[in-house]
Design a protein around this ligand. Structure first.
Ligand SMILES: [Zn+2]
Ligand SMILES: [Zn+2]
Length: 175
């Protein structure tokens, strides 16, 4: 678990806004989780903390820019993201076994929030499922490996528009 604690000691009842821009050792974490991407600019978090009787409302925006290998063509794909989130973090988790995953700790008679873990979790949640260099990426030819965004190849297309395959059959018959 990543640790970086923010004291919530002086957060007033009406809440408080925080802003972080962090260049922490995310790349180490990425390697540890065996994830394949690069963080290009510091992750930025704007966070509002609202104290409640039983916990804290946490809402904010996480943004950043990462580089992946495109899911289809494996070329670098740059993805910018900006995601809103909002959730309630309980002071005492209902399930004691969830204690270890809590973002809060109670120390010297006040609560602290694990801001690094929060940033990391929200960052991972904000990444898109499909990571493409462009929406219409044509990918690689499954036969010869040509990047079809850059060039075409002469491999026979076994899949594709079924109407075209009927057309091909007709052409064969007329020969
Ligand atoms: Zn691509
Ligand atoms: Zn090909």
């Amino acid at each position: 678990m990543l640790e970086g604690w923010l004291s919530l000691k002086d957060v007033p009842a009406e809440g408080r806004e925080f802003s972080f821009e962090t260049n922490e050792n995310w790349q180490e974490f990425i390697a540890e989780f065996n994830l394949k991407f690069k963080i290009l600019i510091p992750l930025k978090l704007d966070l509002t903390v609202l104290p409640q009787k039983k916990g804290f409302w946490l809402k904010g925006v996480i943004q950043g820019k990462v580089e992946f290998a495109c899911d289809r063509c494996l070329e670098p794909a740059i993805i910018s993201f900006k995601e809103y989130f909002e959730f309630f973090e309980e002071k005492e988790p209902a399930e004691p076994e969830n204690m270890g995953e809590s973002l809060l700790r109670f120390i010297d008679s006040h609560y602290e929030l694990n801001i690094f873990q929060l940033i990391w979790e929200q960052f991972l949640l904000s990444l898109p499922d499909k990571k493409l260099c462009q929406e219409e990426c044509k990918g690689l030819c499954p036969k010869c490996g040509t990047n079809l965004n850059l060039a075409s190849c002469n491999c026979e297309k076994t899949t594709g528009d079924p109407r075209l395959s009927i057309f091909r059959q007709l052409k064969l018959k007329s020969k």
